[in-house]
Design a protein around this ligand. Structure first.
Ligand code: SF4
Ligand code: SF4
Ligand code: SF4
Length: 296
């Protein structure tokens, strides 16, 4: 896998930048436009005259890695461009939310690497609990098998009859849940469940959006997408992982925070001090405060 680190730009000794931006390649997992984010970050760096201002502070034409500012853009929480070890970075985030129309196929639970999607179990007889959600009884009225709300699913019964020993046919068993995809009977007008039968454990969820992409019924949707902003990561003599500055920033907030980070780095940082060490010294709140002051 190749990362674009200031692609097509000359090295510093030939008039190039004193910062790097590492960005994911084009990737189907990206939940943000990574090229747009990189462009935004580059524009902020140039608007703040970063190259010329840093050049005055480091007095060399051959700067070392730790003297530069390293930025990263990751399209999703997989973090392939390593935002956790960059001075300032963003990670794409998208928040899934259940809406009506779920057919309890289990694809979202299968797709979630964190096992954060929990589907409410149907009753053992395959019926839909009448009180499971407001959406269930309404849709069950359309059942082509004539089932009323709370009745056993006739499609489910038919499949059990057809299977040896009355077992549930394997193609109707969710691979990870091991339980029947009981409501997905395959008949026209499938029983649909309400949003209350799909629960997302927000403690486990990393906002990667894979569950919503896997849903064939449009019953999981991204309600919010933005940038998780991280700062202060580094390797070197005193390695540390970047810390979260904002969990879900807008473009304006991202631009404001990066501008504030540049000013803090160039005015309060000691020569050669990594941005993370500076944040340890002055406190993360100072970065957030100065960003807020600039946006007022
Ligand atoms: S961080 Fe996400 S979007 Fe970027 S390359 Fe990795 S998987 Fe793809
Ligand atoms: S957004 Fe990602 S982590 Fe969260 S529930 Fe969906 S698949 Fe799981
Ligand atoms: S939310 Fe979508 S993927 Fe998940 S069980 Fe319902 S229909 Fe299937």
């Amino acid at each position: 896998m190749r990362y674009d680190m200031n692609p097509g730009r000359p090295p510093f000794a030939e008039g190039g930048d004193l910062f790097t931006i590492t960005r994911c390649p084009t990737c189907p997992n990206a939940v943000i436009d990574t090229a747009r984010a990189e462009e935004l970050m580059r524009r902020v760096m140039l608007e703040h005259d970063f190259n010329a201002r840093l050049k005055k502070r480091i007095h060399t034409n051959r700067p070392l890695h730790h003297q530069l500012l390293h930025l990263a853009v990751a399209g999703c929480p997989n973090s392939c461009s390593q935002p956790q070890i960059k001075d300032f970075a963003v990670q794409g985030q998208t928040v899934p939310e259940a809406v009506d129309g779920c057919i309890l196929c289990g694809s979202c639970a299968e797709a979630c690497p964190e096992r954060a999607v929990v589907l409410v179990e149907p009753r053992p007889d395959g019926a839909v609990a009448a009180d499971a959600s407001p959406g269930v009884s309404a849709v069950a009225e359309d059942c082509p098998g004539g089932a009323a709300a709370g009745d056993a699913c006739p499609g489910s019964e038919a499949r059990k009859d057809a299977a040896p020993g009355g077992a549930i046919a394997p193609d109707h068993v969710g691979p990870s849940t091991g339980r029947e995809k009981s409501l997905n009977c395959g008949l026209p007008g499938e029983h649909a469940a309400g949003r209350d039968q799909v629960h997302i454990d927000r403690e486990k969820c990393l906002n990667c959006g894979q569950c919503a992409r896997a849903c064939p019924a449009g019953a999981l949707t991204a309600v919010r997408t933005g940038y998780r902003v991280l700062a202060g990561g580094r390797l070197g003599r005193h390695p540390a992982l970047a810390r979260e500055v904002l969990p879900m920033a807008t473009e304006e907030e991202l631009a404001g925070l990066l501008g504030a980070a540049v000013d803090l780095f160039l005015t309060a940082g000691h020569p050669g001090e990594r941005f993370g060490a500076l944040l340890d010294r002055v406190g993360m709140a100072r970065l957030v405060d100065s960003s807020n002051r600039c946006s007022r």
